[in-house]
Design a protein around this ligand. Structure first.
Ligand SMILES: *Cc1c(COP(=O)(O)O)cnc(C)c1O
Length: 371
């Protein structure tokens, strides 16, 4: 699904030198590389504060802790997402309230959010799924009306841009109260281990986020609140500094591959290619097709026989996962997620897909469909 090896070969000299530099300095935790990466990412995103942490799941958890969310508070998020989003809500004793997504872009359904708001609702967690922003302007106005926090899960969409109706634009993760991302190796900006970060323009909140990520420590050995141990390693920061320089080129390479797929599959009644939202560009963390009357397992087996991986993101709606069952949920509340889980398939998507490979993948898919 991804080719991290070829990507590494192209930046090997710089990456190896910067890792060696960390080894020479032995500042493995909170070394200067972390601070430099933080500054460079703040400037890339156009956000006041980046708080690096250990992974994307921690980023979401620390954000919810810093906002002072308490057991019993309801947090609305998408039914069609990776489990981490709902997991931290449950872990903190908050109540996850799952809502459906919209069919074309797979983003959280704003009308469903509005219907789910109660007097206990404290926050909305939109997920910028597969590399494209959720409808943030509508979500922000809903949040303002009901006095809710907005925690953007931008683990899959770092670098994506949201277009406002007035023509202005902002980077994914810098629009809500707080944004959370992951640097897991296969993410669009991936390190060579675990990593994550939190973004905010709010000075006071940034201070709290930093304190919580570091054991609730306000000064050395002074702990004013309960925190966690969540740090980005200096080695990972050094790698991310190199890769951040190529992030826009990586997004462009992903878009090139997506366009190739789009053209090859255009007009085929058995496939629906991914829609582009009017309010966001797409950085194609995943290229996800919706199948129409196609035996998905047989397609995957056929592709596997030609050594082409194809994955299902995600096979089971969160509301049907044992850990998240809730008597309030009915399958009929999630018609879109139900349909997507049964019909989606994601093709290989990464920065190193050349024409030959894309030709091989698309002709193989079409060969199966025409059988
Ligand atoms: C990857 C991912 C996360 C979690 O990130 P980790 O760094 O693996 O903890 C959270 N949300 C979404 C949507 C993701 O894709």
């Amino acid at each position: 699904m991804v080719d991290l090896k070829s990507q590494y070969e192209k930046i090997k000299t710089e990456v190896d030198a910067s890792i060696q530099n960390v080894l020479n300095n032995t500042a493995f935790i909170n070394g200067p590389e972390v601070k430099e990466f933080q500054k460079e990412l703040e400037s890339y995103l156009g956000v006041k504060h980046v708080i690096p942490c250990a992974n994307g799941t921690d980023a979401l958890q620390i954000a919810m802790m810093a906002l002072g969310l308490k057991p019993g508070d309801e947090v609305i998020t998408a039914d069609f997402t990776y489990v981490a989003t709902a997991e931290v809500i449950g872990l903190l004793g908050l109540t996850p309230v799952l809502v459906d997504v919209i069919p074309d872009t797979f983003d959280i359904d704003v009308k469903a959010i509005e219907k789910a708001i109660t007097s206990k609702t404290k926050a909305i967690v939109p997920v910028h799924l597969f590399g494209q922003c959720a409808n943030m302007e509508a979500i922000m106005s809903l949040a303002k009306k009901h006095n809710l926090y907005v925690i953007e899960d931008t683990a899959q969409a770092i670098g994506a841009e949201y277009y406002f109706a007035d023509g202005s634009k902002k980077k994914a993760g810098t629009i809500g109260t707080v944004g959370c991302t992951s640097f897991f190796p296969s993410k669009n900006l991936g390190c060579y281990g675990d990593g994550g970060a939190i973004f905010t323009n709010d000075d006071e909140l940034a201070g709290k986020l930093r304190i919580i990520a570091n054991h609730g420590q306000t000064a050395q050995y002074i702990h004013d609140m309960i925190g966690v141990n969540s740090r980005l390693d200096s080695i990972q920061a050094a790698i991310l500094r190199i890769k951040l320089r190529s992030l826009d080129a990586y997004c462009a390479a992903r878009n090139n591959a997506a366009s190739y797929y789009d053209k090859a599959f255009a007009g085929n009644p058995k496939l629906k290619t991914p829609a582009r939202a009017s309010y966001s560009n797409h950085v194609f963390h995943q290229y996800t097709l919706q199948l129409n009357g196609v035996d998905r397992n047989a397609l995957r087996e056929f592709l596997a026989s030609k050594e082409i991986p194809a994955m299902i993101y995600y096979p089971i709606p969160l509301h049907n996962q044992k850990a998240y069952l809730d008597p309030r949920y009915k399958d009929s509340d999630f018609p879109v997620t139900e349909k997507l889980c049964a019909s989606v398939v994601s093709l290989p998507m990464h920065t190193e897909l050349d024409e030959e490979t894309l030709h091989y993948i698309t002709t193989s898919v079409l060969e199966f469909l025409n059988k």
